[in-house]
Design a binder for this molecule. Structure first.
Ligand code: ASP
Ligand code: MG
Length: 434
């Protein structure tokens, strides 16, 4: 059985036109195949649910109001799709919202991350309900599957780790019989469940990763991510002019790009695909006939320069309080804490008495870490920085990239240059005194 996995992100299902378009793509390109469809929450729903969650810890009543607005938005999408008032889709949507309401109204003490996952999952649950009922309505034989029945994780809420063995066997046992019956599957990205049946999530933008986990478990023939761009581009078209599409790249190049912050694919997506040599297509849901990009095994390819920008960076400098050298035991200690507080290092540098890291700025995590070491280390933080990474750089392109910027830290290795920069203060001439 040759199986394909399609992933549709939030932008592709942001309204009823989007959902109709997704169905058209499936009808045009997916009908001949055994298809597993992974979908994200509609449009900006995940961000809106994050507001609900923050509000729950301040004011339950206004959290419920925010949630109601999200509920209404989805009812509206279903109405625009022409579902009659008594259609079961409204009840399905309702049931997921009721579960979120319970969590909001619950007054016992619960950790923020736990609450987050229980509520945020509603976004994917309802988008997948609507999509699957719509596919059914346009005549596709479909089965909706709750991803929490197949994606088993540990209980690190908001950044859950996959329990591979259980997950693989659940996927195969649950999905294979459905596919064998000639049905397509619609399920949710991003969410999973612990052995105690608590909902977990795989980290923001984690739906790509879900699709890769499913692809790997069923040994899919290929996986396709349908996006609002024509494929993988050499830079963000919102910020650069002469951007071009990469027709083909290797798993390794894709891992490097996403590691440095390219937002096209979730960084964890590539590895499970690479292990099983499953090609990953990135295509446009706006122009589905386009070639897109394909990521495959390691062959020699020539690449143009690829620019990745990561805003919101902080440079954190550690020096030992007693001015002792930053020796290995200090570094080992610091790295344990980076791991414990889940701080991802984007770049680093050491001198005799100091150690500096560039990290994506998350004040909660960073402050928790600094709190733990304040007796041993002095810490200075530079904020509002940007990290520019260029793969396959050409020297002549660099001055333009850092125009009006001050380079604070720079590192070159064979194929990659990284620069931590901040905006140069604009110098305003003094009015003449005469
Ligand atoms: N809906 C989730 C998010 O916006 C997961 C995803 O879209 O991949 O982060
Ligand atoms: Mg999304």
């Amino acid at each position: 059985m040759s199986i394909q996995v399609y992933k549709f992100g939030g932008a592709s299902v942001k309204n009823h036109e989007g959902i109709r378009n997704v169905a058209n793509i499936i009808k045009k390109y997916g009908l001949q195949k055994s298809l597993i469809i992974v979908v994200s929450a509609t449009g900006k729903t995940t961000n809106q649910l994050e507001e609900v969650i923050k509000e729950k810890f301040k004011n339950i009543k206004s959290a419920l109001e925010l949630l109601k607005a999200i509920h209404e938005k989805h009812i509206h999408i279903a109405q625009e799709l022409g579902f009659e008032e008594e259609h079961v889709v409204y009840q399905e949507i309702q049931e997921h919202f009721v579960e979120a309401e319970w969590i909001i109204e619950e007054t016992r003490e619960m950790s923020f991350d736990y609450v987050y996952d229980q509520i945020i999952a509603v976004g994917e649950l309802i988008s997948s309900r609507i999509l699957s009922r719509w596919l059914e309505k346009v005549g596709i034989d479909i089965e909706w599957i709750d991803a929490r029945e197949i994606i088993q994780t540990n209980d690190t809420y908001r950044d859950a780790r996959i329990e591979w063995e259980n997950t693989n066997s659940k996927i195969i046992n649950t999905l294979s019989p459905v596919l064998r019956n000639g049905k397509m599957i619609v399920t949710q990205g991003f969410i999973g469940s612990t052995t105690e049946n608590n909902t977990t999530t795989l980290g923001r933008e984690g739906s790509d990763y879900t699709a890769a986990i499913l692809s790997s478990a069923v040994q899919a023939e290929s996986m396709t991510i349908w996006k609002d761009v024509p494929g993988i581009l050499t830079a963000d078209p919102a910020k650069f002019l002469n951007v071009s599409k990469l027709d083909r790249l290797t798993y390794t190049e894709a891992i490097e790009m996403t590691y440095y912050g390219a937002k096209v694919i979730h960084p964890k997506t590539i590895q499970p695909l690479k292990l099983k040599s499953i090609p990953l297509y990135v295509k446009s849901f706006i122009h589905p006939e386009g070639e897109g990009s394909v990521i495959t095994g390691d062959i020699d390819l020539e690449y143009p320069p690829i620019v990745v920008l990561e805003p919101n960076q902080a440079l954190v400098h550690f020096s030992s309080n007693d001015l002792s050298f930053i020796a290995e035991h200090h570094l080992a200690h610091l790295f344990k804490l980076f791991e414990k507080h889940r701080i991802k290092i984007n770049m680093m540098r050491n001198t005799a008495i100091s150690f500096s890291v560039c990290v994506s700025y998350d004040p909660d995590r960073l402050n928790r870490m600094i709190d733990e070491i304040k007796n041993e280390f002095r810490v200075i933080i530079d904020l509002n920085l940007e990290l520019i990474t260029v793969r396959h750089y050409i020297d002549s392109m660099l001055p333009k990239l850092v125009e009006e910027k001050i380079i604070i830290l720079e590192e070159r290795i064979r194929k990659t240059i990284q620069m931590v920069v901040k905006n140069a203060p604009s110098i305003i001439p003094k009015p003449s005194e005469s």
